[in-house]
Design a protein around this ligand. Structure first.
Ligand SMILES: CCCCC/C=C\CCC/C=C/CC(=O)SCCNC(=O)CCNC(=O)[C@H](O)C(C)(C)COP(=O)(O)OP(=O)(O)OC[C@H]1O[C@@H](n2cnc3c(N)ncnc32)[C@H](O)[C@@H]1OP(=O)(O)O
Length: 303
């Protein structure tokens, strides 16, 4: 997506979010299959499908960027805008985040967005990633991740930014931050999110080793809150949602903010420096070679 450079992603997203969606269909509303009234209408965009249920105040948001829901710039943008739209609509109190792609929740950063790209593109991309994390981490809505597939790296961060995580019990659905195995380093705010969830020692070990945890281990270390058979992920996510929505919004929201604000503020204070660090790191020849080799390995693995 060719966007004018030099203008901050967040500013543009806040001022004219629709302008970012060149070639997408965000805002389209269509009746859900078998649905009738307003509560059953769905909206969304090319890569994010939103199924709102006005009666319960809960929307299901499905990532659909096949084959693996890699976080392209377009997907990041559409996620931020869909979330913002639900936050601004007082009908909604909770969102269940899940995948529309079989076997994969989210493959993390779209490596093609940072491999062989110029620094301006990498900077724009990273700002979009920061924006999604800030929006999800500080969302006033209850966010429940219904993890119905593999959940490495950036996928794991999206899940960890939710309030609660339900993982399908399939040994192939591993979750964790595997950056070191790609020869890259999780930035401090990914590390902070990890530490806030599973504690310092477990994070130290898992981050250095690039561990991807199968469901039982993910549950044991505290990366997820429930592991259930695959066909029960959605219903369990809805039960969890009901538990969280039983709490008065204002008390829950203020408590969430109290728990998370310091972590988010740390990034907000040094967002530009974090972007510059990211860009200078990923644009190094050695890192580009590692990323290229990793992508090649992924492509060959398929054959
Ligand atoms: C000192 C200062 C430091 C500053 C900070 C510096 C750097 C910070 C950056 C840190 C942040 C990193 C976060 C990330 O998210 S990095 C991305 C990590 N992701 C992964 O490692 C996942 C890789 N993918 C997989 O493991 C698998 O694809 C899978 C998700 C388990 C699904 O497996 P499967 O269903 O078998 O699908 P395939 O493997 O066959 O893939 C299909 C297709 O998709 C391509 N692909 C997969 N993942 C990605 C990706 N992340 N980005 C782009 N493309 C991806 C894959 O190559 C196949 O493509 P082809 O169909 O063309 O072959």
């Amino acid at each position: 997506m060719a966007l004018a450079s030099g203008v901050r992603f967040a500013e543009r997203a806040l001022l004219r979010p629709w302008a970012l969606l060149r070639g997408t269909t965000l805002g389209r509303t269509e009746p859900a299959a078998g649905g009738g009234g307003d509560g059953a209408r769905r909206f969304g965009s090319q890569r994010v499908l939103v199924e709102p249920d006005a009666a319960s105040g809960v929307a299901v948001m499905k990532l659909r960027n096949p084959p693996v829901n890699a976080l392209s710039l377009e997907l990041l943008t559409e996620l931020v805008i869909s979330l913002e739209k639900l936050e601004n609509d007082k009908t909604f109190r909770g969102v269940i985040l899940t995948s529309d792609c079989p076997r994969v929740f989210c493959a993390g950063l779209d490596l093609t967005e940072i491999c062989g790209r110029n620094p301006a593109h990498c900077a724009e991309y990273w700002k979009a990633m920061q924006e999604l994390w800030l929006r999800t981490y500080l969302s006033s809505l209850v966010l429940v991740a219904a993890i119905n597939g593999a959940c490495p790296a950036g996928g794991c961060i999206i899940a960890l930014s939710c309030d609660c995580r339900v993982l399908a019990d399939n040994p192939k659905y591993r979750i964790g931050l595997n950056e070191t195995l790609l020869g890259i380093i999780a930035p401090f705010w990914l590390k902070d999110t990890y530490v806030n969830t599973i504690g310092h020692r477990a994070s130290e070990q898992a981050l250095q080793l690039g561990s991807l945890f199968p469901p039982a281990e993910a549950l044991q270390v505290g990366l997820v809150d429930q592991v259930v058979p695959e066909d029960q992920v959605q219903s369990t996510a809805l039960s969890e949602m009901a538990r969280w929505l039983a709490v008065p919004d204002h008390a829950r929201q203020l408590t969430k903010n109290m728990m998370r604000k310091a972590t988010a503020d740390r990034l907000l204070r040094q967002r530009d420096a974090d972007t510059q660090n990211f860009v200078s790191f990923v644009c190094r020849d050695s890192i580009q070679k590692s990323l290229q080799a990793y992508l090649e390995k992924l492509r060959q693995r398929k054959g």
